[in-house]
Design a protein. Structure first.
Length: 373
């Protein structure tokens, strides 16, 4: 699938790139998995001197250092005879020999568990560096990524020149993607959007697996339900990495919300805890992990309601989590029937959000027209 949209973000990155020609400039780009961070950066670094490093979570510090050193060698930053035996040496070379480069560290937060001393090494080098360079840190684990750059106790606090929180595509842009993929039936388009929201990676999977113009149920069966389905572990992989050992309680809270229990007392009763005991967890799900949102009428805190704002996570907890035994043995027929019977309720809830987003976009457009006049 061709690169679509993100003109605003590309314009921002180009401006930062211009500024980096006179001084070192570090940018942190965060966003949920599948929102398109890596795709955006690949588009941005086209025709630029750049080096891309992926911080793979399953590699040891030594393995990563060896791989990253080879990237420097491939780009003629170091010679064939030079050996890099520590991160201190690696980053000293990076900050002193990569002038004019765009350096990308993807899934940068993974260093926290691989070798967090890297952050102090970068801090020292960045504080001493005067060379023009553009360093971009990408992160998908929102909570940990925020901690690295926003916690005053962390070495890299205050070292970022600019931040971009990459959001999912808008409803309008997502519909444009589906039109690009030759979807024509409006009901099917809306139901697919209700499932995938504004996450471009999932739309790319429709093209990748030849699902163009297939119905939403056929798409669900192929991508999630069949044996060895391409996205069978998608939601679990996202949440396990975010939550770590606290997964069970967070899962129970999300399941409660997906089941229609949206008030604090309802959620607390569902997970067998007092309301005061889960307030912190709800706050983390909303502000740290950005997976839920709270809505409350003015001056009425007690009527606050919580909703899952990631459509695929909502789908998974509504239809899969409570029937995980059936899912594990791939009872596809019964699961498919269960999803088909309940999908209109799921779609109705999501359709309300779609309408709100559409009205908001329309209002913003009208404001722009008014300002132009």
């Amino acid at each position: 699938m061709d690169f679509i949209n993100r003109e605003k973000e590309l314009k921002q990155l180009e401006e930062y790139y211009r500024l980096s020609k006179n001084k070192p400039l570090a940018i942190a780009i965060s966003g949920l998995r599948r929102v398109g961070k890596t795709t955006l950066i690949k588009e941005f670094i086209k025709n630029k001197k750049s080096i891309y490093f992926f911080v793979y979570e399953s590699k040891t510090s030594i393995e990563l250092l060896r791989e990253f050193s080879e990237e420097l060698r491939n780009n003629k930053i170091i010679t064939d005879l030079e050996k890099i035996e520590s991160w201190a040496v690696f980053f000293h070379i990076v900050f002193n020999r990569c002038q004019g480069y765009v350096l990308v560290f993807d899934e940068f937060q993974n260093f926290y568990n691989i070798d967090r001393s890297v952050y102090s090494v970068i801090q020292r080098n960045f504080d001493e560096c005067k060379n023009p360079m553009n360093i971009i840190f990408l992160g998908s684990l929102i909570g940990l990524f925020k901690k690295i750059f926003e916690d005053k106790k962390q070495p890299l606090y205050g070292r970022i020149s600019a931040k971009i929180n990459l959001k999912p595509f808008s409803f309008k842009d997502s519909i444009s993607v589906l039109k690009y993929l030759k979807y024509t039936d409006l009901e099917n388009v809306l139901k697919i959007y209700s499932l995938f929201g504004g996450f471009p990676k999932y739309y790319a999977s429709l093209e990748q697996f030849d699902l163009i113009d297939k119905g939403y149920l056929e798409i669900i069966n192929y991508l999630f339900l069949q044996e060895n389905a391409p996205l069978e572990n998608e939601v679990l992989n996202i949440l396990k990495q975010e939550f770590g050992r606290r997964s069970p309680l967070y899962y129970s809270i999300l399941y409660s919300i997906a089941s229609g229990k949206t008030k604090l007392n309802e959620i607390a009763a569902s997970v067998n805890l007092r309301g005061s005991s889960i307030t912190r967890h709800l706050l983390e799900l909303e502000e740290k992990f950005e997976l839920i949102k709270s809505i409350k009428p003015l001056n009425n805190e007690k009527s606050k309601r919580y909703f899952i704002n990631h459509p695929l996570v909502l789908f998974w907890f509504k239809f899969i989590y409570g029937k995980f035994s059936d899912y594990e043995i791939r009872d596809v027929k019964d699961l498919s029937i269960f999803i088909e019977k309940g999908f209109n309720t799921f779609f109705g809830r999501r359709f309300e959000e779609i309408c709100k987003e559409f009205i908001l976009e329309l209002n913003n457009k009208n404001k722009l027209l008014t300002n132009d006049n």
